[in-house]
Design a protein around this ligand. Structure first.
Ligand SMILES: Nc1ncnc2c1ncn2[C@@H]1O[C@H](COP(=O)(O)OP(=O)(O)OP(=O)(O)O)[C@@H](O)[C@H]1O
Length: 382
């Protein structure tokens, strides 16, 4: 459990930070535009920034409570910090970097498990200068974990990597989420990363926490689109792989009884998948369109229409033919189209999804290359 309340002002006329959220165990993503206050929160949790007023509790440990004058210094906080750049020590090999906080010690059994989880076994004697950006970042994560932190702070850990390296390291982070027993505070401005990794999402806007809650719910909340950004809003759905090879490089997935085609997924039938469908990739039609190249045309019911500030509206939809629980999507269309199609709550319509609109990098639980091709077993792009 993570309990954070921070009030701070950077100088008399400087920007203010006023955030409060509680997060269950797992990955909590801090998401917001540049200057929203993400790094300041992480620095306050680490003990590097002393807010004017704050109460920060990690699990059972109170790290800071300004009403009681309680302030645990940085070196006693037991937080592991991973920065955007790996910041490895160039004069030590990988093993020396991993054990930096424990000089003279060798890898314990638990450390060995961390090394294996992050795929570093064959790199232990390498000089950091010879590592790829993704490998170096995995070493930085191992170094943070080996110090046995109560909490892992990751500030844009993938931001300096290109999309191929990102795709390679994401499965390790998914493993970390599953296996690390510590809460993870994860800063990112990449919504597909957030959709893939976050259990809890905290949406920040100009120093204020606008919303905090389950990532799946918030990412699909039409009312939050103005803070998340229309381009970033989209449904995050759980699906099962029904046919890995549905021909033509496609797989068939099952969304509570509704079948959908996506770029081929490298997993066994029945595998659980996490799917992100950006609102801007969902079109609407009042009648079933004919002669369309899109493979996924799905009958839907309109749940809500949320007016934005610009020319667009955010439409919340529910798939009509589900056999189990409801499946909700979002569609962003222009206000003009909404009027022309008479889109209003309760009406029926058809949602049109192009297969390519299911971004491969946004599919969790299976590893795909940017082209949609499956990764080879060792995580490299074939
Ligand atoms: N030490 C400081 N003195 C003055 N202003 C600061 C200081 N640290 C941060 N700020 C300001 O506080 C605001 C929040 O900064 P912060 O770095 O937390 O944002 P962020 O969401 O992490 O942004 P980015 O995505 O660009 O890293 C910004 O306006 C920043 O300029």
């Amino acid at each position: 459990m993570l309990d954070i309340a921070i009030g701070h002002r950077f100088g008399p006329d400087g920007p203010a930070l006023d955030v409060a959220f509680t997060a269950p165990p797992g990955v909590t993503a801090l998401f917001g535009r540049s200057g929203a206050g993400k790094t300041s929160i992480v620095r306050a949790v680490a003990g590097l920034l002393k807010p004017d007023v704050a109460r920060i509790v990690v699990g059972e440990r109170v790290l800071c409570d300004s009403t009681k004058g309680l302030w645990v210094p940085v070196h006693r906080r037991r937080t592991g910090y991973v920065f955007q750049e790996p910041r490895l020590f160039p004069h030590r090999d990988v093993l020396g970097n991993i054990l930096y906080g424990a000089p003279g010690r060798s890898l314990s059994q638990d450390d060995e498990a961390i090394v294996d989880m992050l795929g570093l076994r064959d790199l232990l004697r390498r000089n950091p200068a010879t590592l790829s950006g993704g490998e170096a970042q995995r070493v930085a994560i191992a170094r943070a974990l080996v110090s046995r932190p109560d909490m892992l702070l990751m500030d844009e850990p993938l931001a300096s990597l290109d999309s191929t390296r990102k795709a390679q390291i994401l499965p390790y982070l998914e493993r970390l989420r599953a296996e690390a027993r510590v809460p993870i505070l994860y800063v990112s401005h990449d919504i597909s990363e957030v959709a893939r990794l976050a259990d809890t999402l905290v949406v920040l806007d100009r120093g204020t926490s606008m919303a905090a809650g389950p990532a799946v719910d918030l990412l699909a909340d039409p009312a939050l689109a103005r803070h998340i950004g229309a381009l970033n809003t989209g449904a995050v759905l759980s699906a099962r792989l029904s046919r890995a090879d549905a021909g033509d490089g496609l797989s068939e997935i099952d969304l509570n009884g509704v079948r959908m085609l996506v770029p081929q997924v490298a997993a066994r039938p029945g595998a659980a998948l996490r799917l992100r469908i950006p609102a801007t990739d969902v079109m609407l039609a009042a009648t079933r369109p004919e002669g369309l190249s899109a493979l996924n045309v799905l009958p839907v019911r309109i749940v809500a229409v949320e007016d934005g500030r610009g020319p667009g509206v955010m439409v919340q939809l529910e798939l009509a033919d589900t056999t189990e629980g409801p499946v909700r999507l979002l569609s962003r269309i222009t206000r003009r189209s909404a009027r022309a199609l008479d889109i209003r709550a309760g009406a029926s319509a058809f949602a049109i999804l192009k297969t390519v609109s299911v971004a491969p990098a946004a599919i969790g639980g299976a590893v795909l290359t940017p082209s949609g091709a499956p990764l080879s077993a060792d995580g490299t792009v074939p």
